[in-house]
Design a protein around this ligand. Sequence first.
Ligand SMILES: [Zn+2]
Length: 259
Amino acid sequence: MATTWAWPRGPRQRLPRTVTPFACEAATSYTERLAHANHIGVHTLRSHISESCNARPRSDWLAAVCGQPVHVIQTRLRGLAGDLAALKQSLRRPLCRRCMAGKGIHQPVYCYLPAHVTVCRRHRRWIGPPAHNLDDQFDLQDRPHVLRAARTHQCLAHQHTEVDLRAALGDARHMLVYWAHAEHREAAAILQTGLHASVAAYPQMIAVAATLLKVSAQFEHPGPPTRSGTVALLINRINERIATKHIDSAPVEQWVHNR
Ligand SMILES: [Zn+2]
């Protein structure tokens, strides 16, 4: 009986120069950096490491050309062929350009960063959403309140689940939007879109979310305060924390009602 041999497929030779992948780096970002380091076209490289021109790179083929162990490629890169995890485009953003320059990397390194990673503390640059490119990483030297908010955000991410933190941030946004409309502050950053408005609204968002999470925890203890007591406590704490004088308690009452 004749034996059918599969014709060997995929690349056999490794490129002269390798590139180290970063944790959670987008496979597209990595292949671009690898192509750039080896002075070859990115489409040429992709056609060698993918089953078809529109397909994602195969980890074994990519490992063969870049010379990195296949398990390193699989654990660090996101968006490889067969990777079923959903890729949230809102989390895809470049690592701090100054940190990368310090490592001799001058190409953008796009990673799927956790939502709470918003600032490079070493260089005091914004790297949070919606920073899509390196030019969006603006200087925060003169914005200590944004740097403080980023630290608080990081602490909240360690103290609470991702679901609880995301919900608290959503509730905080809802309250701030409500007050901006109710108080006729049409120019308020929370009502605007874009990078600078998002960063301007960020400290208040974090402060209100932190307050909500703290008060939420009190509901879990025996003998929680009364509903009206909680509304008064919350609105006082929010006003104190973000130095405002919101009087309309409707969004806070709604929040307490939904507990
Ligand atoms: Zn940096």
